[in-house]
Design a binder for this molecule. Structure first.
Ligand SMILES: [Zn+2]
Length: 167
């Protein structure tokens, strides 16, 4: 059941459409000003424009809300990127620390190798000294043996000499 929305204010007749009402007014009530139709049209257009404007305003608000959301997301991402940068910096520092430690250890190992080489050289030199001393000792022993021989011969000669004197 549809109610006729457009009512004539002059006679009370009602119509389904605005156009129908205007046609009625133009036929039945000739005294009605022609420009009234135009005014109605303009008012309609204004209503439509108002609705469109409200619609656009709503869309704008939604877009602004979305923009704010995106900006907040962007800030969050920037924060995350900042955190990642800091983490990367930390890792780089740690890596530098490890490298330095490795370098230190390498230097220590090199120094220990040098020390070992020095000790080996010293050991060799001491062994040489010991050999030389052993050689010297042998020479001394030989010379001592020769002296003993000479002494023995001398003793024998003295004994013979003594024996000859007693005869
Ligand atoms: Zn009428």
């Amino acid at each position: 059941m549809t109610k006729k929305k457009f009512k004539c204010e002059k006679c009370g007749d009602a119509f389904d459409t605005k156009r129908g009402l205007h046609v009625h007014k133009a036929k039945k009530h000739e005294d009605v000003d022609v420009s009234e139709y135009e005014i109605e049209e303009i008012l309609d257009l204004l209503d439509e424009s108002m609705e469109e404007a409200l619609d656009i305003k709503k869309k704008k608000e939604n877009l602004e809300k979305r923009v704010r959301e995106v900006q907040s997301e962007e800030k969050k991402l920037e924060h995350e990127v900042e955190d990642l940068k800091e983490e990367r910096e930390d890792l780089r520092e740690k890596l530098d620390g490890f490298r330095e430690e490795k370098e230190d250890l390498k230097m220590e190992v090199d120094s220990l190798k040098n020390e070992r080489a020095d000790l080996e050289a010293r050991k060799n030199s001491l062994e040489g000294e010991v050999e030389a001393l052993e050689e010297e000792m042998k020479e001394v022993e030989k010379s001592l043996t020769r002296k003993k021989d000479v002494l023995t011969r001398l003793r024998h000669q003295i004994y013979e000499f003594d024996k000859n004197l007693k005869q």
